[in-house]
Design a protein around this ligand. Structure first.
Ligand code: CMP
Length: 144
């Protein structure tokens, strides 16, 4: 099914110069970029994005990490992009992510795992609405 997912390159991914490589992997798979913004995140947005994790011991450190530099917020679209995007990204803990995945190739630390991808269609819709509150423009005709 054609669907959309929220993908975010975290501050370590931006700082390490991995933006182009990450976008390339999604483009080459055949997905379509629908929105992209380089931005400094404010605390309220980071806490809202990770609200399900607010009781975890690593929550404060996670929020500080997201605030530590600009992120690249993106919406990608395509058949099965939520699940396939998660596969391209690799397991949350880079110690368990396979070589060939983004985290498998570029990360070693769960607290510095480069990139976020929505885990289900429903959370993707929530996250897209949170990060792109004025909506995601559609360029389907021009790109067809
Ligand atoms: P992400 O895919 O953005 O979803 C939740 C994030 O929480 C995860 O990537 C990690 O960045 C972070 N996270 C999960 N578990 C831990 C942990 N044990 N220590 C630090 N950060 C964690």
């Amino acid at each position: 099914n054609t669907e959309q997912t929220y993908i975010m390159i975290k501050p370590d991914g931006v700082q390490r110069g991995l933006v182009g490589e990450i976008i390339k992997r999604f483009e080459q798979k055949g997905f379509t970029l629908r929105a992209l913004e380089l931005k400094m995140v404010d605390r309220a947005l980071a806490e809202k994005h990770y609200e399900d994790l607010s009781s975890k011991p690593f929550f404060a450190g996670l929020v500080d990490y997201i605030l530590s530099g600009p992120v690249v917020a993106m919406v990608w679209e395509g058949k099965g992009v939520v699940l396939t995007g998660r596969k391209i990204i690799g397991a949350t803990n880079p110690a368990q992510s396979e070589p060939g995945t983004i985290r498998g190739d570029y990360a070693i630390d769960i607290g510095r795992n480069i990139i976020h991808g929505s885990d289900a269609v429903e959370s993707a819709q929530k996250e897209i609405a949170l990060w792109f509150p004025s909506g995601v423009a559609h360029y389907a005709t021009a790109l067809a």
